[in-house]
Design a protein around this ligand. Structure first.
Ligand code: ATP
Length: 551
């Protein structure tokens, strides 16, 4: 195909502001394009010469393009630069100095790849010469778009979704667009999608699965307004998993190990320590989904901001020691030749457990199977103890929805806990030992309401969040431990605390909502309670059962 045909297409697209018209122009063009040429035409129309994850960069700056234009036309570089400054468009500048011939798409594509590959001391000159060579053979219209592609400034208003739409209309039917989009989420490479569709039709597209070395769009989480919705949206039992606040990492382990970010950038070079650790801990060829976290010497999680220091190209070895990290793996998408994304989560997780041997640096995400909201809240409180970001609740039967935000993963974070308008004054009757950052103090306090009729204390929530670090450690001296359950306390076996307290202190607490609970003797639980302050009240002046029943 002549590059001029593409240049004419780009001119038409550039002058079109309607999306529908744009899609029609593109699909008409794709219909006429030979199957072998479709792949390159699709890349170039996005201003690319390879998929974005392939990390192929032309490495050309404005001045280099100006030099190449001057060289191609045998003109004075300063004059071309002046003209470029005046026009503000490298395309229009190149057009004024173009040659007479025409190029083929194949030549353009191959030469642009040579430009990208030029490395080392002479690479600048080499790139300029290669581009000048192309421009000298190009007609004005070809030069316009060639120069714009080279500087990443094609400005056609065409996105990858536009191309998918046009391909669907050209090679299948409009409804096939969903299939194409799904395939593109699994294989975000417009060239491969175009080639597969052209040669094998929509049936081949449906067979596209995960492959080592081709990063897939990450699955995302949906939100719920309150935790009770989980029962209807997913249905118990569910897997509840710690939500790590680090950086998403997709691990591709084949002959080599590659790490990709959520934006599908290759971040392998930032984490050579993780690459080594994966070699030791993970069996076979596979694709894993995970989150990398900064940790201290004991393996405790540290805040996300610290991880930013690992986003670097230089001094990597030094920063491996300065900012140690661990990888928390939570899914497997491919194993030894088999794409697993259409398998249900419980099956994927069973495979994950088989292939990952946990080490100091490679761990499986903390998780638990839950049948009710109390259980979800328990793990949530644990993650808050770690300084964690909350939990992700996962459907055991769900596939891996590449690029989608569906009901198979639901996130729940402390900041979703909006708070009821009223606060509660609760009696502290026991506590649970803290772990991680809270080792040495309490992780949560067991709190109760007062049943005035029976003169009993009934448990109502476990309070773990809202404390400042100083307040947390002050808890140790605040309470007087007793060796047995307080006589007036009624408690279910499922929530026995590690230590008992004489019911003396009253704490003011806010929370997200009140829901029925079989685990709390009040019959109800305050969800996601947060500490507000200590009250100078007697335990019998605490919020009563009657008051919460009236809510
Ligand atoms: P947020 O700002 O809440 O992270 P987001 O838009 O970045 O939102 P979400 O879809 O809301 O992304 O949340 C999913 C993110 O949570 C993932 O991208 C991943 O990086 C992170 N994450 C941490 N732990 C887990 C886990 N156990 N399972 C799935 N995702 C996890």
């Amino acid at each position: 195909m002549k590059f001029l045909e593409l240049a004419h297409l780009y001119e038409k697209l550039e002058n079109t502001s309607s999306y529908i018209a744009m899609r029609e122009i593109l699909s008409d063009f794709f219909k006429k394009t030979q199957k072998e040429e479709l792949e390159n035409a699709a890349y170039l129309t996005l201003g690319q010469i390879a998929s974005q994850y392939a990390d192929v960069n032309l490495g050309m700056a404005d001045k280099m393009a100006v030099k190449a234009i001057a060289m191609a036309g045998g003109e004075n570089e300063k004059e071309v630069l002046q003209q470029f400054k005046k026009l503000g468009d490298i395309g229009k500048t190149a057009e004024k100095h173009a040659g007479k011939g025409t190029l083929t798409v194949k030549t353009v594509f191959e030469t642009l790849h040579k430009i990208a590959q030029a490395e080392g001391g002479q690479s600048r000159d080499k790139k300029i010469k290669l581009l000048a060579g192309l421009l000298s053979q190009a007609s004005p219209l070809e030069a316009r778009y060639l120069a714009r592609i080279v500087l990443g400034d094609l400005r056609l208003g065409v996105g990858d979704k536009t191309i998918l739409d046009a391909l669907a209309t050209a090679y299948a039917h409009k409804e096939a667009r969903k299939e194409l989009e799904h395939a593109y989420n699994i294989c975000p490479d417009i060239g491969i999608i175009a080639r597969t569709l052209a040669h094998g039709g929509i049936n081949s597209i449906k067979k596209i699965g995960v492959e080592v070395g081709v990063p897939i769009q990450s699955m995302l989480c949906q939100r719920v307004k309150n935790i009770e919705e989980i029962e209807h949206k997913i249905g118990y039992p569910v897997i509840v998993e710690e939500k790590y606040d680090g950086e998403r990492v997709q691990v591709h382990k084949g002959k080599k190990i590659k790490l990709y970010s959520r934006r599908l950038e290759d971040i392998t070079l930032q984490f050579p320590d993780i690459v080594q650790a994966i070699k030791k801990a993970v069996k076979g060829n596979c694709v894993l989904d995970s989150e990398v976290m900064p940790v201290d010497a004991k393996g405790n999680l540290l805040p996300f901001q610290i991880l930013m220091q690992r986003r670097r190209k230089y001094d990597i070895q030094e920063y491996i020691k300065k900012v140690p990290v661990a990888l928390f793996v939570f899914d497997v998408l491919y194993v030894n030749g088999k794409s697993l994304i259409r398998e249900k989560y419980s099956k994927r997780y069973a495979i994950l457990k088989r292939i990952v041997k946990q080490t100091g640096q490679i761990k499986l995400a903390l998780q638990k199977t839950c049948k009710d909201s109390d259980c979800i809240e328990d793990l949530f409180n644990k993650t808050v103890e770690h300084g964690g970001e909350g939990v992700v609740i996962k459907n055991l039967h769900g596939p891996y929805d590449a690029g989608a935000r569906g009901w198979n993963w639901v996130k729940w974070k402390p900041e979703y806990v909006k708070g009821l308008r009223d606060t509660f004054d609760l009696v502290v009757v026991g506590a649970y030992h803290g772990k991680g950052r809270r080792a040495g103090t309490y992780g949560a306090l067991l709190c109760a309401v007062y049943d005035a009729k029976k003169d009993k204390f009934l448990t109502f929530c476990k309070l773990g969040s809202g404390f400042k670090d100083k307040e947390l450690f002050a808890l140790l001296n605040k309470f007087k431990k007793i060796t047995h359950k307080p006589a007036r306390l009624e408690i279910a076996k499922t929530i026995m605390p590690d230590v008992w307290f004489d019911p003396r202190f009253v704490v003011e607490v806010t929370g997200a909502e009140i829901t029925k609970s079989p685990n709390h003797t009040a019959g109800y639980a305050l969800r996601f309670p947060r500490f507000l302050r200590w009250r100078e009240k007697k335990p019998e002046q605490a919020t009563t059962l009657k008051e919460i029943l009236g809510f």
